[in-house]
Design a protein around this ligand. Structure first.
Ligand code: BGC
Length: 758
């Protein structure tokens, strides 16, 4: 290691001109260092860099066979491991790093990867919830906090953000992404990458990000995880790829491929995706890591006959690092020797991996992330908890707020002096479920529960569970066992509701009902909760429904009957505090849905930016595009969310004087009594094009704070980037013609105008 440090110093001196620290010189120093290291490496050591092992304590995929720990240790000592995952804690990380640095021939430090998805110990809202904030600064900060905590425990690489666009609420991993829209999804993806990687990757509190899953994983047929993906070129280029491309342009360091087959070719062995698009067309400089065991899964996919063929196909297709399949470490050397994989393929992969290590500063100090003092000081730091609370309240979406009969005001916000409140629902008293899925390092039961948060504002309530949501223990790797039958607590809850002035029902999904491997065929309130809601409604209609869920739900009955509905997702560590702030009006809700909520599960996949059909409009005979037993329209559209105040949109103006910077302005007035934030959304529709365009596409948004009675002028500038699209050859084209513009409060409500692009 000392030798390596010395080499870097000598190289720096050698470059030694006045702007030695300028980017290009730094780049040169790095390239010289990497080339010289590569020259010293044996083929076995090179292949070793392309091998990633799971650690020995936790799993985030199918449990590996026991007894391979010794082999893994052996490989570490021989420099045959480039990275590990699921090893955390400065002490553990240092121990493993020491083995490699001190005992392997070249001492090339390891990368330590971990799924830091929405926080490490301080847990932020699930990513889908954060996305409902449309607040890029807050989202970036949330990722920053996650990086600070993760880096403090030795982790230098996160498998996040997941940037898969998701249109099907049945898919369990919708909780992990930014929802259905590629424009919003790209902005959020960039914010998250910036948050993780910061301005200086070599700082001790920044970590490398990995955008995943490349590509198409969010389009699993029928929402069933790991299922086949078959999409056309238009969807691939215009919907699936944009967030990946955007983050590559913002220097994301790694990309993870995916489990799915895309149009017949598994993503891990997909040359078109990984070489032609990612590395050649987009000039991606980082490396591609496979998903957990996705190399070996080429065999059950029916794409490779054995592990040797797996290694050949994946490496040649541009998958640089093998996570937990042992395909490369077992077979790549012999494949190169037999001429089946060219040495340039291996050299290129290894250079990419070494470069990320270099940029992280690991060659200068492999223990850069192993300071126990930082670990002690930074986990659950008060500023992190404050950021988690801020993010949580901004993630909440007000779905309905009606004025109950005989009352002058909408039911929310509640008065801090409100008497005689009933709180019903098992989730109200749950400190675990609100942490959501994919929070593997978090402390169980560490969330502020709904009841705990509520109590800080108002203790005039009585709580009744009503019914258990789950039976038995829950964890990250086992199926959740939902209570489908036990209603023994109903009577007590109903009696309580009967004598209360207002009933708050906290219902929804368990935190482990979404996430990987957790698809659902139903989108209703699980278990006996819908029945509980209807029974309570019979005795007291004054209900506030607080939803906790990891995906859009079809809560059509509730929308029709219950006067107030608050979407609180799974908000992480500060759940109860954030919900209470909104319920009692200390924070005016400002979230907007990043995914469409269906009326019925049968409408899925349901999304706002669909194409028209040849028969879009109602007809007096059946021959138009519709269901016989359900509306086409969603329950809540994309971009939807209410406030405790009202916003009025006027004066939509378009100025096309400069055709390459078309200006769109609108006045937004707060006509209510409370200050509030509004997400002003701009949608475009290209009326006629060489490939059909969606009925509407988000192409701009601004989150503004407006005081009561005041107006704000909001301007959007449309350039070719917003007006163009990818054709079926993958070329970005801008075509002249008429464009419809809508600026408004959600994807279905706003002011409309038309302009012509010359
Ligand atoms: C998931 C990835 C994750 C990996 C490592 C896989 O099962 O699909 O998203 O990063 O495991 O934990």
């Amino acid at each position: 290691m000392l030798r390596m440090k010395k080499t870097i110093c000598i190289l720096l001196l050698w470059i030694g001109c006045s702007n030695v620290f300028a980017q290009s010189s730094k780049e040169k120093v790095m390239q010289i260092f990497i080339d010289s290291l590569l020259n010293k490496m044996t083929l076995e050591e090179k292949v070793g860099q392309m091998n990633q092992y799971n650690g020995f304590w936790e799993v985030t995929g199918p449990i590996p066979k026991e007894g391979n720990a010794k082999l893994k240790y052996d490989h570490l000592k021989k420099g045959m491991v480039g990275a590990v995952l699921n090893v955390k804690g400065t002490e553990n990380v240092r121990k493993l790093q020491e083995i490699v640095v001190k005992e392997s021939r070249l001492g090339i430090p390891l990368l330590f990867g971990y799924d830091v998805i929405h926080g490490y110990k301080t847990i932020s809202p699930i990513p889908l919830a954060e996305s409902a904030s449309w607040d890029l600064e807050a989202i970036e900060k949330s990722a920053r906090v996650a990086a600070i905590e993760a880096s403090a425990v030795g982790i230098n690489w996160t498998f996040a953000p997941m940037v898969d666009i998701t249109r099907d609420a049945r898919w369990g991993r919708v909780m992990e992404g930014a929802g259905e829209d590629p424009y919003l999804g790209s902005k959020i993806a960039i914010a998250r990458v910036k948050g993780f990687q910061g301005d200086d990757l070599a700082a001790s509190n920044t970590i490398a990000a990995s955008v995943k899953h490349f590509a198409g994983y969010g389009f699993a047929e029928s929402g069933r995880d790991y299922n086949t993906v078959d999409v056309g070129t238009s969807t691939l280029y215009n919907i699936i790829l944009p967030p990946f491309k955007a983050t590559v342009e913002h220097d994301v360091k790694t990309v993870m491929n995916s489990f799915n087959v895309l149009n017949g070719i598994p993503a891990t062995a997909n040359k078109f995706l990984q070489r032609d698009i990612l590395k050649d067309k987009w000039k991606f400089k980082g490396f591609v890591v496979s998903d957990w065991g996705s190399d070996a899964e080429l065999i059950p996919h029916g794409f490779a006959k054995d592990l040797k063929e797996v290694a050949m196909l994946s490496a040649n297709a541009g998958s640089d690092m093998d996570m937990e399949s042992s395909a490369y470490v077992t077979h790549l050397k012999e494949l190169v020797e037999a001429g089946k994989v060219d040495i340039t393929v291996v050299n290129d992969a290894v250079k990419r991996i070494l470069q990320v290590k270099y940029e992280l500063g690991l060659f200068e100090d492999p223990y850069r992330y192993c300071n126990p003092q930082r670990e002690k000081e930074l986990i659950y730091h008060p500023t992190h908890l404050a950021a988690a609370l801020d993010m949580a309240k901004k993630s909440i979406v007000l779905l309905k707020n009606a004025t109950p009969a005989g009352q002058g005001n909408p039911i929310l916000p509640l008065s801090k002096n409100q008497k005689n409140i009933a709180v019903i629902g098992a989730l109200a008293d749950d400190k675990n479920s609100p942490l959501g899925s994919w929070r593997i390092a978090s402390d169980d039961n560490s969330a502020v529960s709904f009841l705990e948060g509520f109590k800080k504002y108002n203790s005039n309530f009585v709580y009744a569970k009503g019914a258990d949501l789950v039976k038995g223990p829950t964890d990250f790797i086992h199926e959740v066992n939902i209570n489908e039958t036990d209603k023994s607590g109903f009577a007590q809850a109903i009696a309580l509701a009967k004598k209360s002035a207002v009933v708050i029902m906290v219902l929804g999904e368990h935190g482990f009902q979404s996430g990987e491997g957790r698809s659902r065929a139903k989108l209703d309130l699980p278990g006996v909760q819908q029945q509980l809601l209807e029974e309570v409604y019979k005795v007291n209609k004054n209900i506030v429904l607080v939803l906790m869920n990891g995906r859009p739900l079809a809560i059509t009955w509730a929308q029709e009957h219950v006067p107030a509905i608050l979407e609180s997702w799974q908000l992480g560590t500060k759940t109860g505090d954030a919900i209470a702030q909104v319920l009692f009006g200390d924070y005016n809700p400002s979230g907007k849905l990043p995914m469409t909520f269906p009326r019925s599960v049968g409408q899925e996949p349901l999304y706002y930016n669909h194409y028209s059909t040849g028969r879009p409009n109602p007809n007096n005979v059946v021959f138009w595009s519709h269901y016989g037993d359900e509306l086409n329209e969603p329950l809540y559209p994309f971009g939807y969310g209410l406030s405790y105040t009202n916003f009025e949109y006027t004066d939509l103006k378009i100025n096309t004087d400069n055709p390459s910077a078309i200006s769109v302005t609108v006045q937004v007035k707060n006509t209510g009594k409370l200050a509030g934030e509004e997400v002003v959304q701009l949608y475009l529709h290209d009326r006629v094009a060489s490939t059909v365009r969606p009925v509407k596409e988000l192409k701009g948004f601004k989150k503004i704070l407006v005081n009561p009675g005041k107006s704000v002028l909001v301007e959007f500038v449309l350039t070719d980037t917003e007006l163009g699209f990818y054709n079926n050859e993958g070329a970005f084209v801008v075509e002249p013609g008429d464009f419809e513009v809508m600026v408004g409060t959600n994807s279905t409500k706003g002011l409309n105008a038309v302009f012509t692009k010359k």
